[in-house]
Design a protein around this ligand. Structure first.
Ligand code: HEC
Length: 151
């Protein structure tokens, strides 16, 4: 294939990937004010009731309740949300705590939002949650998520 044609094919492919990505975000970008603002509203309407208006979680969140289930943990830097990479947080929110991210038959009060929130809304919520973390925690989480931010 002539080089010029090869380059054209590559350009079209790169363009298509870019276009699809811009249509449906696949990351939680704390540097994107519009995404963070959208996520703040989604969080308030869907998550705050359990995870707290200020992301503080439920009281005594480390201790199981009488029904043996765990309370909702905080999403601020005092919890363990930032120990999980982006992809896991997305899957937990979309599908709930199901295998492989939880044992088979695991009983939990964490709902799955598949069907009530779009992927865009879930990523936006995660962008908002992450935007509240101190810079060092955000940086460690970015590294954990395999997406190192160059400074
Ligand atoms: C009905 C209460 C409830 C609502 C509403 C809720 N959660 Fe949860 N969530 C929980 C509980 C309880 C857990 C802990 C579950 C466990 O470990 O068994 C949890 C755990 C999680 C985890 C795992 C966190 C970690 O630190 O391991 C994520 C991520 C999460 N929730 C995100 C969300 C998001 C985002 C929303 C809103 C879109 C939301 N949750 C709404 C109850 C809720």
């Amino acid at each position: 294939m002539p080089a010029i044609l090869g380059s054209a094919v590559v350009l079209v492919a790169v363009g298509a990937v870019w276009y699809l990505k811009s249509m449906s975000p696949t990351s939680a970008n704390t540097e994107n004010p519009a995404q963070v603002a959208a996520g703040k509203g989604v969080y308030r309407d869907n998550c705050a009731v359990c995870h707290g208006a200020n992301l503080e979680g439920q009281p005594n969140w480390r201790e199981r309740k009488p029904d043996d289930r765990l309370p909702a943990p905080p999403h601020d830097e005092t919890g363990h949300t930032w120990h999980h990479p982006d992809e896991h947080l997305f899957r937990i929110t979309k599908f709930g705590l199901k295998p492989p991210l939880a044992p088979v038959g695991y009983e939990t009060d964490m709902p799955s939002f598949e069907g009530s929130l779009s992927d865009e809304e879930i990523w936006a919520t995660l962008a908002f949650i992450k935007s509240t973390w101190p810079p060092q925690i955000r940086e460690r989480h970015n590294i954990l998520s395999g997406r190192q931010i160059k400074k």
